[in-house]
Design a protein. Structure first.
Ligand code: FES
Length: 279
């Protein structure tokens, strides 16, 4: 993070909610970085940013449209973009980051030029999506939430895409691809690799890593955010977080409604238990 000050002596790290070492405050409205590609892009997008913000009664309503704007030009929503969005909508970095992390259509890390998202929900599974997904993973040589080593293709298994009548289906760069078969998957991958696929590639300004997986809970969040579902597995094969969440809710409801009864019973049992424990 820059430590420069501007002409008025304002510290450059003045984005609300930013902290040294948080990796989020690369961009600052108070520090010029001549030649930096993001700053060049930012200058170019400034009129569009202004138009987007002006559409809304409240600036913060422009948060998601701005995230889409930056993703369209960078291929993902970079930490610089998060800082710029926070500045323009008047929110903290944490508020922007948490909003962006909620939506799986917004990428927080670089992804491939093609993002293949195959539906793993009910109608698609009944029509053979599990076999199609296994076939696609094999053809790509990668797993769920991974990107091929050449940075060309990212693969993800997603929830219902609302095209259940054309199951099994997928989205490629958010465009629908219906009625998947082994043959159509082969043809799709071959065309993408040959650069002849009908769907255009995404912009790619940074080389993607092996995965764009969100880091698991670090335990540094507030107590209220702990033990929530894994953001990488929004339900589906092998994901038990939804079930755990359900159990938690049911357990809580049951506990609350029966707490008095339980309290009485446990109080009555306690002497017996401790008595047994001593003999
Ligand atoms: S279940 Fe696949 S689109 Fe609805």
């Amino acid at each position: 993070m820059s430590t420069q000050t501007d002409a008025a002596g304002v510290h450059s790290a003045a984005i609300p909610g930013s902290a040294a070492g948080d990796g989020l405050a690369g961009w600052s409205p108070f520090a010029q970085r001549p030649g930096d590609p993001f700053d060049t892009l930012y200058a170019q997008l400034l009129p569009e940013i202004g138009r987007i913000i002006a559409q809304y009664e409240e600036k913060r309503s422009g948060l998601i449209p701005l995230a889409h704007l930056f993703q369209e030009h960078e291929g993902y929503v970079s930490p610089n973009a998060v800082a710029a969005i926070a500045y323009h909508v008047g929110e903290t970095l944490a508020a922007v980051e948490s909003t962006i992390s909620f939506y799986t259509l917004l990428f927080r890390k670089p992804v491939g030029k093609y993002v293949i998202q195959i539906c793993r929900n009910l109608s698609c599974m009944l029509n053979g999506a599990d076999e199609i997904m296994a076939y696609a993973r094999q053809g790509l040589g990668i797993a769920h939430l991974e990107t091929t080593a050449d940075g060309l293709i990212s693969y993800e298994e997603v929830e219902c895409l609302a095209a259940c009548d054309r199951a099994p289906c997928a989205q490629v760069n958010l465009e629908f691809v219906y009625d998947l078969t082994r043959e159509s998957v082969d043809a799709m991958l071959a065309a993408i690799r040959a650069g002849t696929y009908e769907i255009k590639p995404l912009v790619q300004t940074a080389k993607p890593g092996r995965t764009w997986k969100v880091e698991p809970d670090t335990g540094r969040k507030s107590a209220g955010a702990l033990n929530q579902s894994n953001p990488n597995n929004a339900g589906g094969i092998g994901d038990t977080s939804g079930v755990q969440m359900f159990d938690l809710i049911v357990g809580k409801v049951q506990y609350e409604s029966r707490s008095n009864e339980r309290l009485v019973r446990e109080t009555q049992l306690r002497p017996e238990i401790s008595g047994n424990g001593h003999h």
